[in-house]
Each structure stands twice: as structure tokens, then as C-alpha cells.
Design a binder for this molecule. Structure first.
Ligand code: FAD
Length: 465
């Protein structure tokens, strides 16, 4: 029998932008595949969004383009939406650590526990040695003399570096550049406005009447966070019927309304349901924009109405592949395992172990995807939203198949469905009250495959009993 001959593979010099969860796992996968990696991180620590800071930007709406940017958008009380068993990387479970009593054992843990987990991950896989901290990427473009290479300019305080890389992997996150609601009459409305990016603690709005725009999980979470110290909280939702006016359970000062119709000079806020409130503050929980101020692709990649495109499978711009790629764009997903699978794919494509289709085929696939969205009346801004519950797992499994890696575990999928249902049916208690212990037990049976630096005696067994 003639032995199978593997195609020749090539290692590359790769720049990774950002040392959040996506950049960390991208660096690990790229190095595992044999590439040499430099991770550029403008902050002074790893963790990205999870590196909570009490500091906020001076412009509470974050509109001024010259403002000093604070990266993290987390508020002090934030606990994870996704349960920890589900949330971790596939081969480095996000377990409770018993040896250190400062760690948070809860299933939906505090943000500091997620940061501690990411630090464990970085330590275990020696990722910090690849990172240049306090080094901001200021420009990325194809190298003029050789368009297959990338010119990467970075700034470390006053020093500018100009280097050439074979590939650039963009992992700069997408929860820092706020989107705002357009509100009729807002120019003369006398109250305060703030975007949730700059919300940290309830005391910021103590004793006030607050209108929160947006009824996403974060909007509702923040509304509950402030309801205990404010006079009233009124959530304005664009996804309810115009006549909606409901008191939300568990509070006597928290209401759900339809959209805002207008705001007026006298401080009033009029909702489409006909109700009027006099508010001190409007809080925009209206999400974020994809933003790549450093990237110059001569128009090959654009951001239009929050669609980053054209991108093959949300990762590779066909005309610039495989040298440029993006990790972490899809949302309403379990992020870490998806980052991991996207990173494995990018790393394997760069070595040549896995091939991409031709430029024409990738363009065709991307165009078909966009046509499908249009035919289903899904706006451009939802291009990267994995809205249907199972679409992220179809996507994850497609990535896994490309790399010959195991598909997403059934328990993880089911746990995600379960938490989504719980958020809808018990939005104020879902983080502490659950009915999927059998899935937790299944997860822990899988986790013993990855002992890593977690001696079994230190694993919190509470959930498996
Ligand atoms: P980030 O964590 O944002 O990291 C990007 C990094 O890039 C940052 O460190 C930044 O400093 C760096 N950077 C940016 N620009 C540059 C530049 N020009 N040069 C150099 N460095 C740069 N996910 C969950 O799994 N579970 C949850 O419960 C959950 N809750 C969330 C709640 C909120 C309020 C928010 C905002 C997000 C939540 N997420 C949650 C999603 C979270 O964003 C992802 O889990 C994940 O951490 C994103 O990682 P990232 O690496 O893509 O981006």
C-alpha cells in the first residue's frame, strides 16, 4: 500500500491584535500549528472585556472620537450570562478552584472569576511570553512591495514600530464602540444621557427616574441592578407591541414600555404606548459597533450597518485570505469555544494543512449568505448574529470538521438552550436556580479528560453530586 503523503506545510510570522479571550486562544492555536506569534495588546494586562475597571470615559455617551478610550464595558455586579461549564474553552474547562478561597465558585460567576480563569489559561499555555503589552496597533495594511505580506504599525507610548508579518489575525473585540438610539427631540431634552459602556455602579443614578433603552439581556440586567436605588426604572423596548406597558415581577418600580415616541424640553419622555414619565437620565443599552480604526484594506473589507464584509464564514475576507482574518465577530453565541474553533481553522489554513475554496467560491458562498439574510428580511446589522438557537452549533461543528477536531459536546449545546429558556422564563433568578444538574454531571464526566493543571482533588465536586 502506498502511504498517504501529507501536503507540505508552512509556518508563518503572525501578528495577533488583542489579548482578550479571542487573542489568547488564537495565539495558542497558531503556536501549536508551528507559527511564530506576536500578540499586540494596548492594555497592560490580558482579559480584554473581562479586565473590569471602575474608570469610565469622560464623555458618558462615548461619542467624541478624540476621547481616551476605556476598553471594558463591564459593570461591577456583572455575573456571567452563560454557565461556567458551557463557557470555557473545550480542552481547558472553566472549573471552580478550591485551592484559592478568593475565587468565586458560583455557576454564573462574577467577572473577576472569568478574568482569573483567563489568567490560568494564559499561564498554563505560556501565552504571556508572546504578548507585547501597552502596545497599540495603529495601522495594518498590505505591504506595498509584496501584497502577500502585511505592514503592521504599533505604538508603545512614544515609540512607533513598523514591521512586516505574513498574516494578521484581528481579535480586537466588539464591545467598546457604542451604538446609540436616535430619539426625536433629544437635542433639547435637558436630562443626562449615558451609554451602558460607561455604567459601573447603581449609585451613578441613585434616587433618579431612569429610562433604559434596550431590553436585551444586558439592558434588563442593568435595570434590575439600578432598580434597588432609583425612584423608578422604565425600560423602552423596540421588540414589544406598541401598547406594551407592564410592571416587571420582583420590583415595584420597574416597568416595561414600547419604544420612545419623543422626548421634550420639559424633561418628559413619551412612549409609543401613550405613557409619559419625567426622567433624570436616559441610559442607552443599545449595543456596540464593529470598529477597526487601524485597518486599511483599500475597500476590500468594509463595515456597513454593522456588517463586516465580505467575509467567508465570518472569518476570511476572500480577496485578502488567508493573510487577514477576524476571530470573534459572531454574537449571541458561546464565545470561547467558538473563538477556539475559528482559531484552529485560521492556524491550519495558514500552514496549508487545511485549504480554503477558491476566491470565486468564497465570494459566491458569502453572496449567497447575504442574499439569504435579505430574503428573510434580516437587516444587515444582524449579519453576525447567530439568531436561531442551533445556527451557532451548525457553524461551530462546520469549523470543527474543517480542522478534524471533535464537534461541540451535546451537553454544551443542551445547556445553552436551557439557559436561554431560563432567561426568558425566570429572568431575575436564572443565575441561581436551575434544573439541568444532569447536564452538569455529563460535563464533569467529560472534564476528567483534561486534567491539565487542575488536580482532581481541587475540583469543586458540588455540582456533580
Ligand atoms: P475583548 O475581550 O474585547 O478583547 C479585545 C482586546 O483587544 C482588548 O484587550 C483590547 O485592549 C485589545 N485591543 C483593541 N484594539 C487594540 C489595538 N488597536 N491594539 C492593540 N490591542 C487592541 N461572554 C461569555 O462567554 N459569557 C458571558 O456571560 C458574557 N457576558 C458579557 C457581558 C457583557 C456586558 C459584555 C460586554 C460581554 C459579555 N460576553 C460574555 C462576551 C465577551 O465579550 C466575550 O466573552 C469575550 O470576552 C470577547 O473576547 P474578545 O477577545 O473577542 O474581545
Amino acid at each position: 500500500m502506498v502511504p498517504a503523503v501529507n501536503p507540505p506545510t508552512t509556518s508563518h510570522h503572525v501578528a495577533v491584535i488583542g489579548a482578550g479571550a479571542a487573542g489568547l486562544v488564537a495565539a495558542r492555536e497558531l503556536r501549536r500549528e508551528g507559527h511564530s506569534v506576536v500578540v499586540f495588546e494596548r492594555g497592560n494586562q490580558i482579559g480584554g472585556v473581562w479586565a473590569y475597571t471602575p474608570n469610565v470615559e469622560p464623555d458618558p455617551l462615548s461619542i467624541d472620537p478624540t476621547r481616551p478610550v476605556i476598553h471594558s464595558s463591564l459593570y461591577s455586579s456583572l455575573r456571567t450570562i452563560i454557565p461556567r461549564e458551557c463557557m470555557g474553552f473545550t480542552d481547558f474547562p472553566f472549573l471552580t478552584r478550591l485551592e484559592n478561597r478568593s475565587r468565586d465558585p458560583r455557576r454564573h460567576s462574577s467577572h473577576s472569576e472569568v478574568l482569573a480563569y483567563l489568567r490560568d489559561f494564559a499561564r498554563e499555555f505560556k501565552i504571556e511570553e508572546m504578548i507585547r503589552f501597552e502596545t497599540e496597533i495603529v495601522r495594518v495594511e498590505q505591504a506595498g512591495e509584496n501584497p502577500k505580506k502585511w505592514r503592521v504599525k504599533s505604538r508603545n507610548f512614544g515609540d512607533i514600530s513598523d514591521e512586516i508579518y505574513d498574516a494578521v489575525v484581528v481579535c480586537n473585540g466588539h464591545y467598546t464602540e457604542p451604538r446609540h438610539a436616535l430619539i426625536p427631540g433629544i437635542d433639547t431634552w435637558p436630562g443626562k444621557q449615558i451609554h451602558s459602556h460607561n455604567y459601573r455602579v447603581p449609585e451613578q443614578v441613585k434616587d433618579q427616574v431612569v429610562v433604559v433603552i434596550g431590553s436585551s439581556v444586558s439592558g434588563v440586567d442593568i435595570s434590575r441592578d439600578i432598580a434597588n436605588v432609583t425612584k423608578e426604572v422604565h425600560i423602552s423596548s423596540r421588540s414589544t407591541k406598541p401598547e406594551t406597558y407592564e410592571k416587571l415581577p420582583g420590583y415595584d418600580n420597574l416597568w416595561l414600555h414600547s419604544n420612545i415616541e419623543t422626548v421634550r424640553e420639559d424633561g418628559s419622555v413619551v412612549f409609543k404606548n401613550g405613557k409619559t414619565v419625567y426622567a433624570d437620565t436616559i441610559m442607552h443599552c443599545t449595543g456596540y459597533k464593529y470598529y477597526f480604526p487601524f485597518l486599511d484594506t483599500k475597500g476590500e473589507v468594509t463595515v456597513e450597518d454593522n456588517r463586516v464584509g465580505p467575509l467567508y464564514k465570518h472569518v476570511f475576507p476572500p480577496a485578502l485570505s488567508p493573510g487577514l482574518s477576524f476571530i470573534g465577530l459572531p454574537w449571541q453565541v458561546i464565545p470561547f469555544p467558538m473563538f477556539e474553533l475559528q482559531s484552529k481553522w485560521v492556524a491550519a489554513v495558514l500552514t496549508g494543512r487545511v485549504s480554503l475554496p477558491s476566491l470565486e467560491e468564497m465570494m459566491e458562498d458569502t453572496k449567497m449568505f447575504y442574499s439569504k439574510l435579505e430574503a428573510s428580511c434580516i437587516p444587515k446589522r444582524y449579519t453576525h448574529l447567530m439568531a436561531e438557537l442551533d445556527s451557532q452549533f451548525v457553524y461551530d461543528n462546520w469549523l470543527a470538521d474543517q480542522c478534524d477536531y471533535p464537534r461541540i459536546e451535546k451537553w454544551r449545546e443542551q445547556m445553552f438552550y436551557k439557559v436561554f429558556k431560563r432567561i426568558q422564563s425566570q429572568s431575575s433568578t436564572y443565575k441561581d436556580d436551575w434544573d439541568d444538574d444532569h447536564l452538569i454531571a455529563e460535563a464533569y464526566e467529560d472534564f476528567v479528560k483534561f486534567p491539565s493543571n487542575y488536580p482532581s482533588s481541587l475540583i469543586e465536586r458540588e455540582y456533580t453530586s
